[in-house]
Design a protein around this ligand. Structure first.
Ligand code: NAD
Length: 259
């Protein structure tokens, strides 16, 4: 396959683990330099830090920036760090968490933490990247939403609310940046195999095995997704292959939502 992102630079929040790590590696394989913006360097699933892996195994540059997405200032630092690699072309607002507290038990602190990471982090990530891209003449923003923005589940009510906000924010920003040559899209994955679901009552964790079996019966593909399958869609959205795709939310869910 031809390199789709030759000499571009991408900032990826939550790039240490899971989807973010797979996206970083896929983008580097296609010619991009990478800023990994995360609160941790070690992947949650174990292994070599993403930036070190990319520098060792590809011919691209990769740097880690200590970035808590709940801090708009940290996000500006992460976007500015891309200047040394040629300037930001692609922003992936991927960092996110979940909780599985029953709706009636959710505390204000839990609600606030999740919303700060999943919504405020994406909002100000888009703002930091958008300001820079307006100055430099364009770019692409990809926000990580979820199938939970389409079909809500009682066990993850706060999470679903946050991901619906990300989906709708994406539409608003496609409108805001339409004249600035900046495309803004979201990816809406279904259940996928990362540490997020490994530790989840809804996923593959010990508590979740029964639920996971039931959930898989509702997925036409009959299985959870893999991080590389999300990364391939991110590659499409980041590249000129999707030059007329804007303000779109793409389900990557093995057919779960629409069947
Ligand atoms: N795994 C799934 O089934 C699934 C499905 C739909 C959507 N998503 C979304 O995809 C994104 C990535 O999820 P994942 O499954 O790869 O999770 P993960 O837990 O494997 O990785 C998340 C990464 O985000 C980082 N992170 C957490 N809080 C942060 C913060 N405050 N600032 C910066 N980085 C922070 C973590 O350190 C970690 O490296 C999330 O937004 C998640 O909601 C996941």
């Amino acid at each position: 396959m031809d390199s789709l992102l030759t000499d571009q630079t991408a900032v990826i929040t939550g790039g240490a683990s899971g989807f973010g790590r797979a996206i970083a590696r896929t983008f580097a394989d296609h010619g991009a330099d990478i800023i990994v913006a995360d609160i941790r360097t070690e992947p949650r699933e174990g292994g070599e830090p993403t930036h070190e892996l990319i520098e060792r195994e590809t011919d691209r540059r990769a740097e880690f920036v200590d970035c808590d997405v709940t801090s708009p200032d940290d996000l500006v630092v992460a976007v500015d760090a891309a200047d040394e690699l040629g300037g930001i072309d692609i922003m992936v607002n991927n960092a996110g968490i979940t909780n599985e507290t029953d709706f009636l038990e959710v505390t204000e602190a839990e609600y606030q933490q999740l919303m700060d990471i999943n919504v405020k982090g994406v909002f100000f990530g888009c703002q930091a990247a958008g300001k820079k891209m307006v100055e430099t003449g364009g770019g692409t923003i990809i926000n990580m939403s979820s199938a939970g923005a389409y079909r809500a589940m009682a066990e993850i009510s706060t999470y679903c609310a946050s991901k619906a906000a990300v989906r709708t924010l994406t539409y608003a920003l496609a409108d805001r940046f339409g004249g600035d040559d900046i495309r803004v899209n979201s990816i809406n994955p279904g259940f996928s195999n990362t540490q997020m679901t490994a530790n989840s009552a809804l996923g593959n964790g010990i508590r979740g095995r029964v639920n996971a079996k039931l959930i898989k019966q509702t997925i036409p593909a009959g299985r959870f997704g893999e991080a590389d399958e999300i990364a391939n869609v991110a590659l499409f959205l980041a590249s000129d292959m999707s030059s007329y795709v804007n303000g779109e939310s793409i389900l990557v869910d093995g057919g779960m939502i629409h069947t």
